[in-house]
Design a protein around this ligand. Structure first.
Ligand SMILES: [Zn+2]
Length: 227
């Protein structure tokens, strides 16, 4: 009887521990480290519409309309989930560099041969191969929507994750290229927007609580300073 009771208690304790530990592990898995998330996302205050406005720009003034359309398609997908993510992208004023900038790159290491978010410069770099892919707008948009996900603090989810997410990755084989690679989930999910919100919220520094002021010495017994 005693042993039974004890194992029952242990089961309850294990249950509570699981509840406490598992959600934090899952959340961490999907977030980029706080240090690589743009300060704009962490520090900017929401506008009157309740959303944080993030500007974007194109580094190449001669970007093809095809490539531009694929990027705008990806931005619009994220904006469609703006009430969940808490962020909305808008074009920077003419001649002004946006908070996030789209830029062509011939450096295969930087783009991984396709496209990549570079946190040190808040740029999403795209290769010539990605421009070929973007001749089908939706295909180009899938890649950029994934990279915007990285900008918004989301980590890769691997191939065929159980929960549909734009952060899924293609199976890379010897014949896969940026142009022909496919993923199961090709568009931004509401789930992605809520995770991005969580990742960025968690990356914000915790405000230092203001110590309570004390008037009478007896109130101040446990407080480190007196007024
Ligand atoms: Zn990725």
């Amino acid at each position: 009887m005693r042993t039974l009771r004890r194992s029952y208690d242990i089961a309850i304790i294990l249950g509570i521990l699981t509840l406490l530990i598992v959600p934090s592990v899952v959340a961490q898995y999907y977030c980029e480290p706080a240090s690589s998330i743009d300060n704009v996302l962490k520090d900017r205050q929401p506008a009157s519409d309740g959303k944080i406005h993030v500007t974007f720009s194109f580094n190449d003034p001669n970007i093809s309309q095809t490539s531009k359309n694929a990027i705008l398609n990806a931005l619009n997908q994220w904006n469609g989930q703006g009430s969940t993510s808490g962020f909305v992208f808008e074009a920077a004023a003419a001649g002004v560099t946006g908070d996030v900038e789209f830029m062509p790159s011939t450096n295969q290491t930087e783009t991984g041969g396709c496209a990549a978010y570079k946190p040190s410069s808040q740029r999403i770099l795209y290769s010539h191969d990605w421009e070929q892919r973007a001749t089908i707008e939706a295909d180009g948009a899938t890649v950029i929507a994934h990279e915007i996900g990285h900008y918004l603090g989301l980590d890769d989810a691997g191939t065929n994750p159980s929960t549909p997410t734009i952060m899924n990755n293609p199976v890379v084989t010897q014949t896969s290229t940026c142009e022909n690679a496919t993923v199961t989930t090709t568009t931004v999910q509401q789930n992605d927007a809520s995770r991005a919100n969580t990742c960025i919220t968690n990356a914000r520094p915790t405000p230092t609580p203001t110590p309570p002021e004390c008037v009478n010495d007896s109130d101040c017994a446990s407080v480190a300073f007196h007024k």
